[in-house]
Design a protein around this ligand. Structure first.
Ligand code: ADP
Ligand code: NI
Length: 218
């Protein structure tokens, strides 16, 4: 059986090699940031750090390899990789369970993450969709998908019924009320919440300023 430290090093090397050239927002550096933030958040929680680190490293393992819609692809790939790398089956199961639950399923869909280790990883993943990095990722994603930055005929609805808001044009600025500005209130941990507060305020200021600049200087 491999030690936790060996598994973490092997997982980092595997994911890094697998994600070379990935341009849609799931590149190695996203995983690296989630990993580091998960370690930071975990310091304030009573968790198994090996489970946290492995789940953070493997959380997007299937995003490059499998088709959308196969919800089991991630946990299956994580479990298979861990067993192959010499992890105990119980550890592989705990990590795979988190990988299967981590992603955001929509504004109206409550989180279903029973383990504290999973909540740490979910907070870390969501922090990477917020703040300056989150803004950068949103526009990178929008460009990749051929979306407008902003559609004046379909402006974002802010400070209103955000939970029910769905953009018709899919312009990237609409992704803020649709998802990014909802993440703060879904943080699970004290550390995640503290960092999310700052990143949320930065995103709100960004959207306001973007709309001001769009109108032209007075
Ligand atoms: P993850 O797998 O990291 O949990 P997603 O796959 O949902 O997250 O999204 C990856 C990144 O792409 C995130 O930063 C997210 O905000 C961004 N993204 C997803 N959908 C959109 C969209 N419709 N417009 C702009 N950005 C998006
Ligand atoms: Ni992610």
């Amino acid at each position: 059986m491999a030690t936790g430290e060996e598994l973490i090093a092997a997982a980092a090397a595997h994911i890094r090699a697998q994600s070379v050239g990935e341009g849609s927002g799931h590149d190695w550096w996203h995983v690296h940031r989630v990993w580091q933030n998960a370690r930071l958040i975990a310091r304030g929680e009573d968790v198994d750090p090996v489970v946290v680190e492995l789940a953070a490293l493997l959380h997007d393992i299937a995003d490059w390899k499998f088709h959308d819609g196969d919800l089991d692809a991630g946990p299956r790939a994580a479990r298979a990789w861990l067993l192959d790398a010499g992890a105990e089956p119980a550890l592989a199961d705990r990590v795979a369970d988190i990988v299967g639950r981590v992603s955001y399923k929509g504004a109206g869909v409550p989180d279903d993450m029973p383990s504290l280790e999973g909540r740490v990883v979910q907070d870390a993943d969501r922090l990477d969709a917020m703040g300056a990095i989150g803004i950068g990722r949103a526009f990178a994603y929008g460009g990749h998908a051929g979306r407008l930055m902003y559609d004046p005929d379909d402006p974002p609805v802010l400070h209103d019924t955000a939970e029910a808001y769905v953009s018709s044009s899919g312009a990237t600025l609409n992704h803020f009320p649709e998802k990014l500005l909802l993440l703060r209130d879904r943080m699970h941990t004290a550390t995640g919440r503290r960092i999310a507060d700052e990143r949320h305020a930065f995103m709100e200021a960004f959207v306001e300023r973007f709309l001001d600049e769009w109108q032209g200087e007075a």
